[in-house]
Design a binder for this molecule. Sequence first.
Ligand SMILES: [Fe+2]
Length: 331
Amino acid sequence: MALSSFGYFTLQSDKLADWEEYGTKFLGLQLAEKTSSQLKFRMDDRKQRIVVSSEPEAATAFGWEVEDTAALDDLAARLEAAKTTVSPMSAALLARRAVAGGITFADPACNLLEAFYRPEISSEPFQAGREISGFRTGVMGMGHAVLLVERLDDVQWFYQDVLGFRISDFVLEPFKAFFFHLNPRHHSLALIEGSQPGIHHIMMELNNLDDVGQGYDIAMSTPDQVSASLGRHTNDFMTSFYARTPESFFVEYGWGGRIIDPEAWEPHELKHGPSLWGHDRPWAPAHELAERRRFRARAAEEGLRIPVQVTQDNASFGVNNCAWWETTKKA
Ligand SMILES: [Fe+2]
């Protein structure tokens, strides 16, 4: 597999003051560097993960990591075979991205993509913008990206056949969406068929549920910032909410995503809609809101429940000392 993870996100925006506040005080990112035209945010040991720039040459692009220069060359050859224009990053762009090597290209829907290897690691420890326990990154990358596309058939082949994404699962109703993995994160990318193409959201995963809950309180204190209420997804089991950003896309802020074995994974259709509970969007068109609520009501009626996905660091196990319940369970 050529790509290994979602490595960075760069955004062209004039709203630097808004992003500084949003990135640090709400998301808990570290503002690593600030100039009059650029903000660089850290979320782990890397020198930068999210860059917001108002410079004319800045691009809104997704950075996909590859292992090394051989993997990058292999990817470039496959892109060229698929008649995709590939540009090597200039020395100036490599310096801006803080990577050893990289290429730029676009998907068939004209989303700008970059592939890179060997990102710079900071010599300073990560210092969160607010008191959070930190972001879950490492081999799973910085999170996931979700794109809206007009027609899945026009774009999906590119991500699967050329870039090497593998299907995790897919939803055919109440809307059409495909979820793709590169590593043990259930999905690093999703494509949703929709009428307004572009970025739908970027997901970042926190190490502790309380990081998300406290973020929810912060978002709830700003009118209209929460775009989907706290809820839990049926496929990656993420407990999360969605918040509006200073742009037209959202951030999904979550905890407790499942880990998959990419080698053994079998793709399948999801029959219960996107959420076990929650993720309500009262502002959505009435028919869409009703349909989503109907799916969740069915999940609840069927008693659909999934154990929380904890790690050693964020969980301690209690003892169920309720005798009558233990008897009931064994019966
Ligand atoms: Fe998501």
